[in-house]
Design a protein around this ligand. Structure first.
Ligand code: NAD
Ligand code: GLY
Length: 358
């Protein structure tokens, strides 16, 4: 089953295709979108070994001229230094302004290749081919592209929408369990903020999702991508509503920072969503039954809902330095039920501290 949703952004709008086996259909999809005969695939060495050769072969068989650049695997390579090397590599290959860049990989590759596509010669056509659950439901949609500078995440970046997103959900079959859980945290996020049906599906289906059942994964990717697309099209430049996609991320980012990034992103987001649910309950915005449903679902996905906070002051300080802080006030996305959230920037830090230590 192939799903298609459209991100309706006028002349910057694009389709997102999701289904099993779409990598093999990529040549015809590129043709359908009038995307030329020459392509550069940017990927990492892990994904190149798994899917790069197959993709290059499929494009060559369809009589396309294709080159693949594979960088080492890891967040550390989402950097200005690597972007600089990619510019040089594109220049050596005499890549011209109409040559599309295909980002084949997880969020690291999508963000980096997108940043390069946005800036090389002031912009090349860009196609997202996400291969992690997180990238298929979140980072490939919405046009945020960036590199890290030193220890500062996504500090240099822009908005650059792709021409299309092609998510082959069969590729999720090779993901390690840790990466499935990372992605599931973002799927749960989408369900809590906007989609009660997806939430109920997850309550039933978490075990099969953890087992990487292709049909269940494709359905979850489709529903979560739909949530993301609808939010992005209402607030492309992240001026207000799009902040709801940061549900679980205020506390999550703080936990990541304080742990020196030893706590994985999905785990941190899970802790952040649990904390936000408890805070919402403490503020009488969320009833106890819905709070319990959220905590149970996070737990069922193999993610934690609490950790000992040895340095609550450091966590609060990290939250106060988050990008989402305006005029020094922490901004929280708080659930008011399953499928609805509010944004609050008026929460007393003392109450936050109490919830953290409880
Ligand atoms: P990642 O890109 O590092 O991928 C995780 C691991 O999975 C890597 O080791 C990768 O090589 C491997 N991998 C990828 N596809 C695979 C497959 N099919 N089978 C086996 N292994 C595979 O991490 P991620 O979680 O996909 O993305 C995280 C990045 O995304 C961060 O840099 C984050 O800042 C960014 N992000 C961006 C946005 C956005 O809106 N642009 C949103 C969320 C996150
Ligand atoms: N991942 C948050 C956003 O795209 O806005």
């Amino acid at each position: 089953m192939t799903y298609q949703i459209n991100v309706n952004l006028g002349e910057r709008g694009y389709p997102v295709y999701m289904g099993e086996g779409l990598l093999g259909k990529l040549p015809e999809m590129l043709e359908h979108h009038g995307l030329g005969r020459r392509f550069v695939v940017i990927t990492n060495r892990t994904v190149a070994r798994l899917y790069g050769a197959g993709l290059v072969e499929a494009l060559k068989t369809a009589d396309r001229d294709v080159e693949m650049i594979a960088i080492p695997d890891g967040e550390a390579y989402k950097s200005l230094t690597v972007a600089g090397k990619l510019y040089e590599s594109l220049s050596r290959r005499r890549v011209e302004r109409n040559t599309p860049i295909l980002a084949l990989g997880g969020g690291v590759i999508g963000d980096l290749a997108g940043f390069v596509a946005a800036t090389y010669q002031r912009g090349l056509p860009f196609v997202q081919v996400p291969t992690t659950l997180l990238a298929q439901v979140d980072s490939s949609i919405g046009g945020k592209v960036a590199v890290n500078t030193g220890r500062l995440k996504n500090m240099a970046g822009t908005f650059y929408q792709p021409v299309m997103v092609v998510s082959d959900t069969a590729a999720l079959g090779s993901l390690p369990p840790k990466e499935i859980k990372n992605g599931l945290a973002e799927v749960i996020k989408c369900a809590v903020i906007e989609d009660t049906e997806l939430f109920a599906f997850l309550e039933e289906s978490t075990p099969v999702l953890l087992d990487k059942d292709p049909g269940a994964l494709t359905y979850a990717v489709h529903r979560a991508a739909e949530v993301k697309a609808r939010v992005v099209e209402k607030d492309e430049r992240d001026q207000g509503l799009r902040h709801i996609l940061n549900f679980g991320h205020t506390y999550g980012h703080a936990i990541e920072c304080v742990s020196d990034f030893r706590i994985p992103h999905g785990t941190a987001v899970a802790l952040g969503m649990a904390m936000a649910a408890r805070l919402a309950n403490r503020l009488e915005l969320l009833n106890g039954a819905d709070m319990e449903r959220i905590l149970r679902l996070i737990t069922a996905a193999g993610l934690p809902v609490s950790i000992p906070v040895t340095r609550p002051a450091a966590v609060i300080a990290a939250m106060q330095h988050d990008k989402k802080v305006t005029e020094g006030r922490m901004k929280f996305i708080l659930p008011t039920g399953i499928g609805s959230v509010v944004t609050r920037a008026d929460i007393d830090p003392q109450i936050v501290a109490e919830v953290l230590s409880a």
